[in-house]
Ligand binder design. Structure first.
Ligand code: PHE
Length: 381
């Protein structure tokens, strides 16, 4: 009996010590863990790389100013290789294994749609910097974005086509398995027809295709004044080259998915001369906020930021601000603060999150000149 008591008390002491140690560990942890999922590799790797660069800039800046709630922000980044299935795996890992308190991601709408339900179910706030498909934030009240949505982007390009490009007969070339592309095409078609435009042909492709000549030939046969291609830069690069090869010489125009330094690589530099696309921010904008951000970014990365970098920086800063205001790392409290964001002065403009958890902001239209993106005009909501 005596021996038993002795053993039991030793056991108690050990358990007590373990409990004490683990409490101590979490209490004194000097970090707040934030997750990020991004396409750092894969066919849209520049989307993820730019997002990551912009976000890292935000993290370093907040940490150099003392962090949030007296703790440093620690970013845990996962590469989903641009795949929806891999997205689910990495988002689950961020939440269950790493125990992040909030998540930033993704750029591409289909991948945000893969990650968002997991965040929503776990009550972990998620902010997508750049996904514009409306369905992303309707997944639930923990899902936010700091960019505009595609019904607006479609409106912008419909107006631009009719009023600035002065084209009425347009053909569509759509990435059929990409929610962003099909959604944007539907929205475009609706407003363009309502505004007196005509859709003379509609053709489809699948991301990763290499040969677009059948679709382009069908489009050429209808003699459009312009072709709207709401797709991603890797495909648009090839599409533009092949369009010129088959003698489809009209102006091409598109949307934010075009934005990458890789869009105009190789022969696409000539093929896309004089094309237009809509996006979120222009590096030509002389506003000091934008120019300061470009300077900071260039100092660190030795390259110019694109829209994803700007947006990811804003997503990060808005999240840190929400954690500060929540005075807590609890998901529910953070999401309540995110829902209240009003007139936040971001590097992509003044950000107010509306009831659908979307940002309402202007879009810019860029023209491609000599392989560069040149500011053309701003269109307000
Ligand atoms: N808006 C695109 C999407 O939802 C992603 C994107 C944003 C691409 C900004 C480039 C620039 O899929």
């Amino acid at each position: 009996m005596k021996n038993f008591l002795k053993q039991a008390s030793v056991l108690c002491i050990i358990i007590f010590a373990i409990v004490l140690y683990s409490c101590n560990k979490s209490n004194t942890s000097n970090e707040i863990l934030i997750g990020e999922y991004a396409s750092l590799t894969g066919s849209e790797a520049t989307f993820g790389q730019s997002e990551h660069n912009g976000l890292v800039l935000a993290v370093e800046e907040i940490n150099s100013k003392g962090g949030v709630l007296g703790k440093q922000i620690k970013l845990i980044t996962e590469d989903n290789q641009g795949k929806p299935s891999e997205t689910q795996t990495v988002v689950q890992k961020l939440i269950n294994r790493d125990k992040v308190v909030a998540i930033i991601g993704e750029v591409a709408s289909s991948r945000s749609k893969a990650g968002a339900p997991i965040c929503q179910a776990a009550k972990i706030p998620m902010i997508t910097p750049a996904s514009t498909n409306p369905e992303v934030t309707s997944i639930g009240d923990y899902i936010f974005r700091v960019c505009f949505i595609d019904p607006f982007q479609a409106n912008v390009m419909s107006k631009f086509a009719l009023n600035s490009m002065k084209v009425k007969k347009v053909a569509l070339l759509i990435d059929q398995k990409n929610a962003y592309s099909t959604g944007l095409a539907d929205n475009f078609k609706k407003v363009f027809l309502e505004s007196g435009g005509e859709i003379v042909e509609e053709q489809k492709y699948s991301a990763g295709d290499k040969d677009f000549k059948a679709q382009l030939t069908a489009i050429k046969a209808k003699n459009p004044e312009s072709v709207f291609i709401p797709g991603y830069y890797t495909d648009v690069n090839l599409i533009s080259i092949q369009a010129r090869e088959i003698g489809l010489n009209c102006t091409l125009f598109g949307s934010d998915g075009w934005e990458s330094e890789k869009l105009t690589e190789g022969k696409a530099k000539d093929a896309l001369e004089g094309s237009f696309f809509s996006t979120h921010v222009s590096a030509d904008d002389p506003s000091p906020v934008i120019q300061n951000f470009i300077k900071k970014y260039q100092q660190k990365y030795n390259s110019k930021p694109d829209a994803m970098a700007f947006l990811a920086y804003d997503a990060g800063m808005i999240l840190f601000d929400a954690i500060k205001k929540a005075n807590s790392v609890e998901g529910e409290k953070i999401k309540n603060e995110l829902a209240k964001v009003k007139d936040y002065p971001g590097v992509t403009g003044i950000i107010t999150i509306n009831e659908q958890r979307n940002a309402v902001k202007p879009a810019v239209v860029m023209e491609i000149k000599n392989g560069n993106f040149v500011y053309k005009e701003t269109i307000a909501p």
